[in-house]
Write a protein that binds this ligand. Structure first.
Ligand code: NAP
Length: 297
């Protein structure tokens, strides 16, 4: 193996569908960097050995995806507590792993940056003070979105989830992450929450191709509300289409995926890349191709 080439990858179980190699491959080519970015399927029982021995696997770092984000946090936090960022500690999950100058394993959660960077890019006129954000869902992705808005300085975040206890636990656990008041509600309260929502974000898998639809009537939302969906297959979900029809500002999920990749690339390859229209078009074309393939089956 050529030692001058820096190599990173995304790990998950399974991993076939990851688009991270396409994103990082695009940036490597764009900047003429002699690096490689692949994907590796890592079984849960092999995760610890993998993360604590990256150089043996020929790697300078990796992204971590489903189902390993929480387990990777535990493993790296035990091995090198100072190497885990405060944000990742608050979330209890990591998606980006690198080695410091002494070769110690370090980790961060860049989903927060990914969501907020994309949100601010797509809704540039939006400002946080005094705002009430309603989040649908209380899974791993919801944690990153709640943390992002709380740190941005909104007044209130309400987490509406099918399983109320999960939303309550999340509101409690993330209470100290910013100044925002965090509250939990059952999903059935959504219609009553909408008239007071400045931002609505879907963080569940509802509305994704192959999943049940997200059934919500957006008519009670105020006219200035912004509607975001982190689902990106399809690119324009039924939720976003309904919001557009009402003339509301919308933020789609693909930008989060692209922006979360930026900090990792910078750590591994030494250059902060840009999320360009060209990159977005490349990944969009891949999503549409996959869809066409499925429709043709
Ligand atoms: P997760 O931890 O499994 O959480 C799933 C959430 O969806 C939970 O709140 C769950 O509610 C809710 N849910 C699932 N099925 C439901 C149903 N039939 N009715 C009502 N609620 C339902 O998943 P995750 O990791 O947070 O990911 C969620 C979605 O975000 C996925 O579609 C994923 O692809 C997407 N995502 C996108 C990005 C991006 O870069 N754009 C990044 C991360 C994730 P309960 O708690 O009641 O089960």
């Amino acid at each position: 193996m050529d030692d001058t080439i820096r190599r990173a990858c995304v790990i998950g179980w399974p991993i076939e569908h990851s688009r991270s190699p396409m994103i990082h491959g695009h940036w490597l080519e764009e900047h003429g960097i002699a690096g490689e970015y692949g994907k590796r399927a890592v079984r849960p029982e092999a995760l610890e050995d993998f993360l604590l021995n990256l150089p043996r696997h020929g790697l300078v770092g990796c992204n971590v995806t489903v189902p390993h984000k929480e387990a990777a946090f535990e493993i790296i936090h035990r091995a090198n507590p100072e190497g885990v960022t405060a944000l990742a500690r608050a979330l209890g999950a990591v998606n980006t792993v690198w080695l410091d100058e002494r070769g110690r394993v370090c980790a961060d959660n860049t989903d927060v940056h990914g969501f907020m960077a994309n949100f601010m890019e797509r809704a540039p006129d939006w400002t946080a003070p005094g705002r009430h954000v309603v989040i649908i869902g209380a899974g791993g992705a919801a944690r990153a979105v709640v943390a992002g808005f709380a740190r941005e300085g909104v007044a209130r975040v309400t987490i509406a989830n099918r399983t109320l206890e999960k939303a309550e636990r999340m509101a409690e656990e993330l209470a100290g992450i910013g100044e925002a008041a965090l509250a939990a509600a059952p999903l059935s309260d959504l219609p009553a929450l909408l008239p007071q929502a400045d931002v609505l974000v879907n963080t569940t898998s509802l509305g994704m191709t192959g999943q049940p639809p997200l059934e919500v009537d957006l008519s009670p939302l105020p006219e200035h509300a912004v509607v975001a969906d982190i689902v990106y297959t399809p690119l324009k979900t039924a939720l976003l289409a309904q919001a557009e029809q009402r003339g509301l500002a919308t933020v789609d999920g693909l930008g989060m995926l692209l922006h979360q990749a930026v900090p990792g690339f910078e750590k591994w390859f030494g250059l902060r890349p840009e999320v360009t229209r060209e990159l977005r078009a490349l990944v969009e074309a891949d999503i549409l191709k996959e869809r066409a393939g499925r429709d043709g089956e």
